[in-house]
Design a protein around this ligand. Structure first.
Ligand SMILES: [Ca+2]
Length: 327
């Protein structure tokens, strides 16, 4: 009997695996060194090299490593250089964060420098590490350590259907649900499953996160609140950057809602550096906006409009992903 249930579970897992895999249909892969996206991404990488990185920021290293891997190949010496930097900045619990103090919700409680932040661990560093694993330069154990750490993450609240993974692993931040952060865990798990990783609880987490995020979706707004907590502060809708992130992360879990939310972001493009990062992350799934965003991308790079090296590295990362999609 137990063997029968085990076989059934494996069958269900296999079917879910197929369903999840089929949702990751990016545009056609293939670099074209003649494309303007490629030319300007190379220009942006040169800009990056001409800047001094004043302080160690693991997200900057992860973004630039990912971009160099996609544009110049994962055997490029700078990939291993930045990978070493990333590993050197890992927190004692195995996660990643800011390596400096931060008052995450601006509520007076200060997180210590070695706080592990959920979205840094699963998305900003985790996805580049997953791609580095695919390229054969990060071990399976390293990815499983991230998965197991995320499966042990605290919840931000326990008030609604499904689950909401907390903003960070510090008790200071168990003060409500940050929707894009919650969705990012499901996105990372979906992609990890797509790449062959398997832990029994991953599917359960994906289902529970999906429940919460579908429940929290606001059809009239075609999006989510940034944060919902128990305090008296009114929740506010996502800005374009976080709205795009939520739409991207929900693609494997709730493709219809994710499409509607993503299309709403792309139909309301504004000229803003932080928003541009969001538009670029969605472009592989909304390629009809390529010309409009290429113009903004070129201006941004030609006029060196970046406010921080980290923002520049994020722009470069998405430029590289867009380029690797054949645009
Ligand atoms: Ca705080």
């Amino acid at each position: 009997m137990e063997k029968g249930i085990d076989t059934l579970n494996k069958f269900i897992f296999f079917i879910l695996l197929i369903l999840i895999s089929s949702t990751f249909s990016c545009c056609d892969f293939g670099l074209s060194s003649q494309s303007e996206w490629y030319i300007y991404t190379e220009k942006a990488i040169t800009l990056f090299y001409n800047e001094n990185i004043e302080q160690d920021d693991v997200c900057t290293y992860a973004a630039i490593m990912y971009a160099i891997g996609l544009i110049y190949g994962w055997d490029h010496p700078d990939v291993s250089k930045y990978l070493e930097k990333i590993i050197s900045l890992r927190n004692p619990d195995g996660g990643y964060g800011l390596n400096k103090e931060c008052d995450a919700f601006g509520d007076g409680t200060i997180n210590p420098p070695d706080t592990t932040y959920t979205i840094t661990t699963d998305f900003l560093v985790g996805i580049p590490l997953l791609e580095a694993f695919k390229a054969g330069i990060v071990s399976e154990e390293d990815i499983y350590s991230l998965i197991d750490l995320l499966l042990s993450a605290p919840f931000g609240d326990n008030e609604k259907p499904g689950i909401c993974i907390a903003y960070s692993f510090h008790p200071n931040d168990q003060v409500g649900c940050v929707h894009n952060v919650n969705a990012s865990v499901g996105y990372f798990f979906s992609k990890a499953i797509d790449y062959g990783f398997k832990r029994d609880k991953m599917i359960e987490y994906i289902n529970l996160i999906t429940q919460r995020e579908v429940y929290s979706y606001l059809p009239d707004e075609k999006g989510w609140y940034y944060w919902e907590g128990s305090s008296v502060i009114e929740p506010r809708l996502n800005d374009p950057n976080h709205a795009a992130a939520s739409a991207l992360f929900m693609r494997p879990m709730a493709p219809t809602i994710a499409y509607e939310a993503g299309k709403h972001v792309m139909d309301n493009i504004i000229n803003n550096e932080y928003a541009l990062i969001g538009y670029l992350c969605l472009l592989p799934y909304f390629t009809e906006y390529s010309d409009e965003l290429l113009t903004m991308y070129k201006t941004y790079i030609d006029e060196k409009k970046f406010t921080t090296i980290r923002r520049l590295s994020e722009i470069i990362k998405y430029g590289a992903i867009i380029t690797s999609c054949g645009l």
